[in-house]
Design a protein around this ligand. Structure first.
Ligand code: NAP
Length: 245
């Protein structure tokens, strides 16, 4: 199968300090892509260019994009990956603070980063947004995260319409359960509760998802992979998981 050579391309990866972002940054570098990674925990970034980024902060985001593009000398790929969920409780237990963080990171952050990066794509661009099966089907106890990931998918579809005619491809990768620090963050540092999420299931890894991102990026230029939906074999939907002893 013909696949596109990405060597020499220039990429921004948000949330590159952990999990899917870190795995994708490694895969891109291995394919010869120059990568600028951003995260709040800048000390954990292993990318060629490593810069502090808080996608919820307009100033931090603008500074990051300007510095990353300057150091890269251009931009071809944006992996909008930074994201999080908070809690697994029914919506009546939600708080103003948690809602602001979940929407501020997954929705406003992703939209902001896209707006800031768009002017820098020249004659070749690809935006990959990190979606979720939570953005396709609801499950109990995830209302704000589900709403945020539905918004991400809506934005991806809308962007596809608005970018038609420009040399920029756009993809959403919608994953089921992946073993990363996602659950540790979701349960606010409770390691036992986080570990219970992955009990009895052969869960997907961050590298499984970076493979999907790389698949979309390396398709021939005339193709646009609109969406990729992947789940563990024993996960039928966001809330329905077969756990084996
Ligand atoms: P993770 O290991 O917790 O990584 C999340 C990344 O996002 C970290 O690098 C974190 O960096 C970054 N981040 C969070 N808030 C940020 C902010 N305000 N500004 C900049 N970076 C920020 O979790 P993951 O599973 O790899 O999650 C990556 C993406 O995949 C998220 O969008 C998530 O919703 C999505 N996803 C995950 C799963 C899953 O089951 N794991 C399934 C479907 C989709 P810092 O904390 O250092 O800033």
């Amino acid at each position: 199968m013909a696949s596109l050579d990405l060597s020499g391309k220039k990429a921004i990866v948000t949330g590159a300090s952990s999990g899917i972002g870190a795995a994708t940054a490694h895969a891109l570098a291995a394919a010869g892509v120059r990568v600028a990674g951003g995260a709040r925990r800048v000390e954990r970034l292993e990318t060629e260019i490593a810069l502090e980024l808080d996608v919820t902060d307009p100033e931090s985001s603008a500074r990051f994009v300007a510095e990353a593009v300057e150091q890269l000398g251009g931009l071809d790929i944006l992996f909008n990956n930074a994201g999080l969920a908070l809690g697994r409780a029914p919506f009546d237990e939600s708080s103003e603070e948690d809602e602001a963080r979940v929407f501020g990171t997954n929705v406003n952050g992703l939209v902001r980063m896209t707006r800031l990066c768009l002017p820098h794509f020249a004659d070749w661009g690809h935006i990959v947004n990190m979606g979720s099966v939570a953005g396709r089907q609801a499950y109990p106890g995830g209302a704000t995260y589900i709403a945020a990931k539905f918004a991400e998918r809506g934005f991806t579809y809308a962007l596809r319409e608005d970018l038609l005619g420009r040399p920029i491809r756009i993809t959403t990768v919608d994953a089921g359960m992946v073993l990363t620090e996602f659950s540790l963050v979701r349960f606010k540092g409770d390691a036992e509760q986080a570990a219970s999420v992955y009990e009895g299931i052969d869960v997907m890894t961050a590298e499984d998802i970076s493979d999907c991102v790389m698949f979309a990026l390396t398709r021939p230029w005339h193709m646009n992979v609109d969406e990729i939906v992947v789940k563990a074999r024993n996960q039928a939907s966001g809330g329905r998981i077969l756990r084996e002893p």
